[in-house]
Design a protein around this ligand. Structure first.
Ligand SMILES: *Cc1c(COP(=O)(O)O)cnc(C)c1O
Length: 372
């Protein structure tokens, strides 16, 4: 085996650049804090902080005053512990799989209990250790995904033995339509959560994700838990949300060419030119988080000019029509913008038929990353 270590990600000669603006992240955290004040704001940093690298993101949020972090899986929580100081609380949204309880308790990680099974396992662990173990209790307020349905909440409230040894910190639920300001479902879920809250009147509430924060203070509870808005995603259709973009993506040109009318472009010959066309092949594809659904739909930008994607997006490259630019503008090594001021995250997501969350979490590790 070769024992040298090589710097893989070097700025020079990279195929693409993912720039992550940590100042904007900090700005967004403070913006959300202003919205919820005096209610504190946790940070949801699941999926490696929405693909932006929890090891870089979490310390910035910690330094900005954040002391509560949510991840989805227990393994993510264990990893996150090394990126924040010991006074930070780390919560596991999915709760625990059987067998993870002891280690979770040892590490001081706090599960969200989503079912009677998870309650039972956590309670048994607490009793066998002889100490109280903290947890969040989640109620399903109408999403049918995670959390106890109302009947099970009632059963739990009736039989205090079921929660023996468990120190409940919050009653939590999750909004299904928080991005739609006028959705009736928001109010319905709030009512359901308040109903459950009647069974556990002492428990503070934890409800709002990013979109929920902009539904108003009724939704803020005692701890808000945004993710996407921290990372520059516009979280809802409420106008005027001043979230700053965090991510910028620029991709290098690999090759340019001029083809005559009738030329086929890309896999399957799915695109055929109708006139002489100048093309550029750029160095990112679906393995770099630019979905195949952008084929013949999306675009890159250069100097304010839209450069449509032509033909199918490949694994490592795609072809764009650069006829709208003066000849010679782009050549080997030139940069085009995929995400940035000319093409916000939401715009590329819409072209791909998806949401900003999926774009962010798919960007992958092949770009040179620069944290500012
Ligand atoms: C992902 C997630 C969040 C964060 O949602 P955003 O829309 O990204 O703010 C909050 N709560 C739960 C339960 C989640 O799964």
């Amino acid at each position: 085996m070769n024992t040298h270590t090589y710097e893989i990600s070097s700025r020079d000669g990279a195929s693409g650049y993912l720039t992550i603006d940590l100042r904007a992240l900090e700005h967004n955290y403070h913006l959300l804090l202003q919205r919820t004040a005096p209610v504190p704001v946790a940070a949801v940093v699941k999926a490696d902080a929405y693909g932006l690298d929890a090891s870089r993101v979490a310390p910035v949020l910690y330094d900005a005053g954040c002391r509560d972090f949510f991840v989805a899986h227990f393994g993510e929580a264990v990893r996150l512990k090394t990126f924040v100081e010991p006074d930070a609380r780390i919560f596991v949204l999915n709760g625990l799989q059987p067998g993870a309880e002891r280690r979770c308790a040892d590490l001081g990680i706090i599960p969200v209990l989503n079912s009677l099974d998870q309650v039972e396992n956590w309670s048994r662990t607490a009793v066998s250790r002889g100490d109280a173990l903290p947890a969040i209790l989640q109620i399903d307020s109408g999403m049918s995904r995670l959390g106890l349905p109302p009947e099970e909440m009632a059963a739990l409230a009736d039989d205090s033995a079921l929660l023996k040894g468990v120190d409940l910190l919050y009653l939590m639920s999750h909004l299904a339509s928080a991005d739609e300001n006028t959705s009736k479902q928001n109010g319905e879920q709030l009512e359901a959560l308040r109903g459950a809250s009647g069974l556990f009147p002492k428990l503070p509430l934890c409800f709002a994700n990013s979109g929920g924060i902009f539904l108003g203070s009724d939704f803020h509870g005692a701890l808000a838990r945004p993710g996407i808005a921290l990372f520059g995603g516009v979280p809802s259709d409420v106008p005027g949300i001043a979230v700053k973009p965090v991510v910028r993506l620029d991709v290098r040109v690999v090759q340019t060419r001029t083809v005559p009318a009738g030329s086929r472009v890309g896999y399957g010959g799915a695109h055929q030119t109708t006139k002489e066309t100048r093309l550029a092949t750029i160095a990112a594809g679906y393995a770099d988080g630019l979905p195949r659904s952008l084929s013949d739909r999306g675009a890159a930008y250069h100097d304010g000019v839209r450069l449509p994607i032509v033909g199918r997006v490949s694994m490592d490259s795609m072809t764009i029509d650069i006829s709208a630019l003066p000849p010679g503008t782009l050549k080997l090594g030139s940069l085009v913008e995929m995400i940035g001021p000319q093409q916000p995250l939401e715009a590329i997501a819409a072209d791909a038929g998806t949401i900003s969350y999926e774009i962010l979490t798919s960007l992958g590790n092949r770009y040179h990353r620069e944290y500012r």
